[in-house]
Design a protein. Structure first.
Length: 292
């Protein structure tokens, strides 16, 4: 949609009505309402007890008594946005390198940053986010979600992956001699017993879904290669599904993507080198692509 046509500013308040209180009754009157498909003029939105009770032409609504009217003249109201692949605990890489974040910043500092990012995301109109791994900060993303759900801090609804799972030896930081104990950006596991245990441990720790690194660089600077064997991927997906959850895969190579898709992951994250055959396989298996 060409936003310049409407001379926005945008207002994304449908997600923020809860901040007025659970018992608040509000009538929002913007110049336009975007319903996710079409732009409507003359529409209003009635919010009762933090839920949308009506969205449509004002002529079709009898406004309840004691309703607070909020005029949003010149603005456009739209539903909350959903962000499918984020890392609230990270800096942008052009600001701070990944290694420096994982090795030099404490999980507490990164959790505070995540809280700031969460509030900014909500105020920008993002109402739901999937956080795709804490990248070395353990279960700090789970704590961030609990803090939002408990009303301690403002933020969108979060679905969090916890530490994520990578094949033993395939993830960083790297480049240190064998006597150095280095915090890793994900939980390493190998073999059917270990990968199943890792899935169950992370679900027990509060992860909403399991993120798997289906391919990665085995040595710094090397091209990405598949990591887990097909049977390991299948075991992780099955373990997650058995617990009523699901698994997603970081994958950028055709072979890594193929193994993850056939194993039954719900989404492929990145998919940089996907081929036509890869996309056909995704379509056949109803696998969603997040080309972040």
């Amino acid at each position: 949609m060409n936003t310049s046509k409407y001379s926005w500013p945008l207002i994304l308040l449908l997600s923020l009505c809860v901040s007025w209180g659970a018992g608040a009754q509000l009538l929002l009157k913007p110049t336009r309402v975007f319903d996710g498909k079409q732009m409507h003029k003359g529409w209003v939105v009635l919010v009762e007890a933090s839920e949308i009770a009506y969205a449509g032409p004002q002529t079709g609504l009898k406004v309840p008594k004691n309703t607070e009217i909020v005029s949003l003249e010149g603005m456009t109201l739209l539903p909350g946005l959903i962000e499918g692949h984020s890392h609230l605990l990270l800096h942008p890489y052009n600001e701070t390198s990944w290694n420096d974040q994982v090795l030099r910043e404490s999980p507490a500092e990164r959790a505070i940053r995540g809280a700031v990012h969460a509030e900014k995301s909500l105020m920008a109109g993002v109402t739901t986010m999937r956080d795709l791994g804490s990248e070395g900060a353990g279960y700090a993303d789970v704590a961030l979600k609990k803090s939002i759900d408990s009303g301690i801090i403002p933020g969108p609804r979060l679905l969090v992956a916890g530490p994520a799972i990578v094949a033993t030896g395939a993830y960083g930081p790297k480049g240190f001699h064998e006597g150095v104990s280095v915090p890793l950006g994900a939980e390493p596991a190998s073999g059917l017993g270990e990968v199943i245990s890792a899935v169950r441990r992370q679900l027990g720790g509060g992860a909403d879904f399991i993120k798997i690194y289906a391919d990665y660089r085995w040595t710094p600077g090397a091209p990405a290669q598949p990591t887990f064997l097909p049977e390991e991927l299948e075991a992780m997906v099955h373990a997650a599904r058995s617990a009523g959850k699901y698994a997603v895969a970081h994958a950028s190579t055709p072979e890594g993507m193929k193994r993850a898709i056939l194993a039954g992951v719900e989404t492929i994250e990145h998919g940089d080198a996907a081929t036509g055959d890869t996309y056909e396989l995704m379509k056949a298996n109803k696998t969603v692509l997040y080309p972040t």
